[in-house]
Design a protein around this ligand. Structure first.
Ligand code: GDP
Ligand code: IMO
Ligand code: MG
Length: 423
């Protein structure tokens, strides 16, 4: 048994949810280690189609304990909505837990996210407006509330009053109305009423699972290119989706990570602003968007689409210490006559870099250097073994593996649970 971190290796939406859903058939514990309801992890299985935002993607297996870890920011309103939708599809939620140490994302965080985005004008980040940035900012500024505070009414009241002293000033500065403290306190009591039993110190559960050598999956949100430290700052999220944070955000010693599975699409997509070197603005990009149904699971925004970025995967593989790749959406490329893989970035001075990631202002000016690969022009949707893939598809995937410097562990050829296989 092992501890496996499952992380996004691109700009997000690589298919982490469907990979976790597949692996969770054998997992004892799944822990979401960062992010909030900005995530949209689409899972299609016997329970139907679900876009999970906060709830770990192992929830469909009643034998798997699902934990929202301390590294997350939790909007109880959206958590409750998600729970309701899952219940309506017949999913049991006895196995869902929230860390007392996870941050509480309040309605004013969402409001602030909208006000701050509006104030940025043309310099917008293109956030999901779910309040993620403001909630992590409050965490770092030590004025955040935590989920466990809901269980301590006296403490909660003083923490809320403390938070509102700074939050009200910020909102007013941006032209909004200060929040009503009494109404927020009442809302917190409602959250406590509905979620209280699930808010626990998750460490003993995690520790026991490790001691009993259980299978543990650590579920990341987004991808390395939106990492707060290593992504395309400032067009990033406000936490660290890379594997190094998985241990901290889940509550495990870092040395216990046995494997790091990097989830990567067979091409590239991004939602939101910021550099995306292989973006296509032509018919080919529109075709990827249409065939791949590339619209955001959280905001419905059309995703920016482009060719596979081999520089980004090398960067992602190294930074995350990936041990294997899960390559998704191969079937989306089925009809293409030829495909391109970016193997270097040409800088404005003419030099080409392949084994480093230029920082944002430079990345905005690079020109991708492409290799051209032959397409396979037949359906891969029914393939369930490596040998069944057309030779051109195998060659294309092998090139991706070479650029990442690691092996391929899984390939998916459709969105349904059974449309993937181990390599
Ligand atoms: P996540 O945020 O990383 O979990 O990824 P999303 O769920 O936001 O985006 C991935 C999208 O691709 C979802 O709509 C999935 O249903 C879909 N998907 C995942 N794997 C495959 C695949 O192999 N083929 C196809 N056609 N769709 C896939
Ligand atoms: P999953 O987990 C794709 C993007 C936003 C924006 C930036 C910051 O489904 O891969 P935020 O709301 O986090 O402050 O926005 O990150 N973004 C995502 N893009 N998939 C997501 O999640 C995303 N979560 C945030 O578009 O550019
Ligand atoms: Mg997503």
């Amino acid at each position: 048994m092992a501890v496996i971190a499952v992380v996004g290796a691109q700009w997000g939406d690589e298919g982490k949810g469907r990979i976790i859903d597949y692996l969770a058939q054998e997992a004892d514990v799944v822990i979401r280690f960062q992010g909030g309801d900005n995530a949209g992890h689409t899972v299609i299985n016997a329970f139907g189609k679900h876009a999970l935002h906060l709830i770990p993607s192992g929830i469909f297996n009643p034998r798997t304990q699902n934990i929202i870890g301390s590294g997350c920011v939790v909007n109880p309103q959206s958590l409750l909505g998600e729970m309701e939708a899952l219940r309506a599809s017949g999913v049991e939620l006895e196995n869902l837990w929230v860390s007392t140490r996870a941050q509480l994302l309040m309605p004013y965080h969402r409001e602030l996210d909208g006000l701050e985005e509006a104030a940025r004008g043309k310099d917008t980040i293109g956030t999901t407006r779910r309040g993620i940035g403001p909630a992590y900012a409050d965490k770092a500024a030590r004025v955040g509330l935590r989920m466990g505070d809901l269980l301590q009414p006296g403490w909660l009241e003083s923490r809320l009053a403390n938070a509102l002293r700074t939050v009200s000033r910020k909102i007013e500065l941006l032209g909004g109305a200060p929040p009503d403290g009494d109404a927020l306190y009442a809302l917190c009591l409602e959250y406590r009423e509905k979620l209280g039993g699930r808010i626990i110190d998750t460490l003993p559960m995690t520790r026991r699972a490790v001691q009993q050598q259980k299978q543990i999956l650590l579920e990341g949100q987004l991808g390395v290119m939106r990492d707060l430290d290593w992504g395309i700052y400032p067009y990033v999220t406000s936490s660290n989706p890379t594997a190094a944070y998985a241990a901290s955000g889940a509550g495990l010693p870092a040395r216990l990570l046995d494997r790091v599975l990097g989830v990567v699409k067979a091409y590239s997509t991004a939602v939101g602003e910021g550099p995306f070197p292989t973006e296509l603005h032509d018919a080919e990009g529109a075709r990827l968007r249409e065939v791949g149904s590339e619209f955001g699971a959280t905001t419905g925004r059309p995703r920016r689409c482009g060719w596979f970025d081999g520089v980004a995967i090398g960067y992602a593989a190294w930074l995350n210490g990936m041990t294997g790749l899960a390559i998704t959406k191969l079937d989306v490329l089925d009809g293409f006559e030829f495909l391109k893989i970016c193997v270097g970035y040409q800088l404005p001075d003419g030099t080409v870099v392949a084994d480093s990631m230029p920082d944002t202002p430079v990345l905005l000016q690079v020109t991708p250097v492409y290799e051209i690969w032959e397409g396979w022009r037949c359906s891969t949707a029914g393939c369930r073994r490596w040998e069944e893939l057309p030779s051109q598809a195998r060659a294309y995937l092998q090139r991706i593996s070479e650029l990442a410097g690691i092996q391929i562990d899984y390939v998916s050829v459709g969105a349904a649970r059974d449309q993937m296989f181990a390599v």
